[in-house]
Write a protein that binds this ligand. Structure first.
Ligand code: SAH
Length: 277
């Protein structure tokens, strides 16, 4: 019997084998992989990862689940359990004494209440990308966030999160997942996504300025970009910059591609936005 769930830890046990296999397949787990799993819970995914990968590091906050996981997996020497909060743990420090466990991939059905900080922990941010990026990250997350990760310009949900994440990683939908795939079912729908961190071209010359422009640009979604950005660039200047990007002066933030965002930021930088250095 699966243990009682603790609501405050966002516990929903995955029960669909089909979804489990889609996750493993998407992550292309093999004997050359060392996997980081966040929130192993009862170990449904963990047992497969341990069988398929070279090594698994699992981080679990719930003390009772940790006891259970230890007794289930203690015989495996390629399994390491870290008890604690993924957001507070210094992974590099924890793993310094375990050279065989440096993870190259992340595979996890994560607790939804901390999705955004987990994404930032794994990818870093525009101004501070993770200096040791993972090869790939396969996550089961809530659908609403997933949709924003791989949204394309022009879509209603293409926003600052989409630009930030897509600058840091190639984001793909693997499959939608119904609430019925879990016990107990969460109140929201879910999806499996795959993120492949990579350097984005063109590179933002001034990441701080780029990040700030994205935040400002999407601050009022219904306004035109030129109104949202008027504190940084005046109307005429922006019109000519947009023109050089083949964009109309009346364009809104959500209609600019990630590449256009970076190029716009670089042009503003070159035009002498010294205050953002
Ligand atoms: N992977 C399991 C459980 C998913 S539920 C499955 O698919 O069935 C989310 C898991 O994350 C739970 O085990 C919960 O205890 C754990 N968790 C919640 N907050 C956490 C945190 N801050 N750090 C690490 N693990 C956490």
């Amino acid at each position: 019997m699966p243990p009682q769930t603790r609501k405050r830890f966002g516990q929903h046990w995955l029960k669909s084998e089909k979804v489990l296999h889609r996750i493993l397949e998407a992550a292309e787990v093999s004997k050359r992989d060392r996997i980081l799993e966040i929130g192993p819970g009862t170990g449904v995914l963990t047992q497969w990862l341990a069988a398929l990968a070279d090594a698994v590091v699992a981080v679990e906050i719930d003390r009772d689940l940790c006891k259970r996981l230890r007794s289930q997996f203690e015989k495996l020497d390629q399994f390491l359990l870290l008890e604690g909060d993924i957001l507070r743990l210094d992974l590099a420090d924890e793993l310094a004494d375990y050279p065989g466990f440096q993870p190259n991939k992340v595979v996890a059905n994560i607790p939804y209440y901390i999705t955004a900080p987990i994404l930032e922990k794994l990818l870093g941010s525009i101004t501070q990308p993770n200096p040791q990026p993972f090869e790939q990250i396969v996550l089961l997350i809530q659908r609403e966030v997933a949709d924003r990760l791989y949204a394309q310009p022009g879509s209603k949900v293409f926003g600052a999160l989409s630009v930030r994440m897509q600058y840091l990683a190639c984001c793909e939908l693997i499959c939608p997942v119904s609430a019925k795939a879990f016990q107990p079912p969460p109140k929201v729908e879910s999806a499996v996504v795959r993120l492949r961190p990579r350097p984005f071209f063109p590179v933002a010359l001034n990441p701080r300025l780029f990040d700030y422009l994205v935040q400002l640009g999407f601050s009022s979604r219904r306004k035109m970009l030129r109104n949202n950005l008027k504190a940084v660039v005046n109307r005429e200047q922006l019109t000519s910059l947009l023109d050089s990007l083949d964009a109309l002066p009346t364009i809104r933030a959500e209609d600019l591609s990630v590449e256009q965002w970076v190029r716009l930021s670089n042009k503003i930088q070159e035009a002498g936005a010294d205050s953002y250095n």
